[in-house]
Design a protein around this ligand. Structure first.
Ligand SMILES: [Zn+2]
Length: 241
């Protein structure tokens, strides 16, 4: 993902068909998890959905690369249930091997899909990801084996949900105050120099590399030297050295 906060995927390739514009007045209230029953790339999903009457908002490849194929504000055709489609974001996840191996999913795809689920919960303010509440599965709404090993009670579901919850907390944790830069102080110091009076108050101490002048005074001197009308320290406050 390019950005978890803004849900910006690695690649965007929107399908021109087999989705519905808008959401019929409904709001997003859940993520619906699918597996490919195949090991597809974003581009292969795109080509498949051009001819098949199906789509999902995101495809997570086995490498962890994420593609978006339907806009968040539009309804993708993935759950086999129109009402659910209008209220959900559909995530398709690639399998790294086939039916004989039981449709496994790579570590990278499990972790990325879990983080994407957490990021969607944060973006749409759905609260912490909870299986069966705001994280649902294709098989909840349709008679299907999808999402295979990611379904509740199956081997990968625990790992998927644990990472979704962990990443949600990381994503929504407020930045500790002491780590936040004080932009007002930084801007003041850039202009005036970073000196302090003995009482600890900021002083117009100027900058060594500007001959002891503040930024504004240094500009005035440069302007005066260049002969720019109106520039000059004569009309400006002198540096308080
Ligand atoms: Zn499915």
């Amino acid at each position: 993902m390019k950005s978890w906060k803004t849900l910006t995927p690695d690649v965007t390739q929107l399908v021109p068909v087999h989705f519905s514009p808008g959401r019929g007045g409904n709001r997003v209230s859940m993520v619906v998890i699918h597996h490919n029953a195949g090991n597809l790339s974003v581009e292969e999903c795109y080509r498949t959905w051009l001819t098949r009457e199906a789509s999902a908002h995101f495809q997570v490849e086995s490498s962890g690369r994420v593609g978006q194929l339907v806009k968040l504000s539009d309804t993708a055709w993935h759950a086999g249930d129109w009402g659910i489609n209008t209220r959900s974001i559909g995530i398709e996840i690639a399998n790294c091997a086939g039916a004989a191996e039981g449709w496994p999913v790579s570590d990278a795809a499990v972790v990325t899909a879990a983080r994407l689920t957490a990021a969607i919960c944060a973006y749409f303010k759905l609260g912490e990801p909870k299986s069966g509440v705001n994280v649902r599965y294709h098989s909840d709404f349709y008679s299907t084996a999808c999402p295979g090993q990611l379904a509740p009670g199956k081997p990968l579901n625990k790992k998927f949900m644990a990472e979704a919850k962990r990443f949600y907390r990381e994503l929504t944790m407020p930045e500790p105050k002491h780590l936040r830069p004080d932009y007002g102080k930084l801007a003041f110091e850039q202009l005036a120099g970073y000196g302090r009076t003995p009482q600890g108050k900021p002083s117009f101490s100027g900058w060594e590399q500007l001959g002891g002048h503040t930024v504004v005074d240094a500009l005035a001197i440069i302007g005066q030297t260049l002969g720019i009308p109106g520039f000059g320290l004569k009309t400006a406050r002198k540096s308080e050295k």
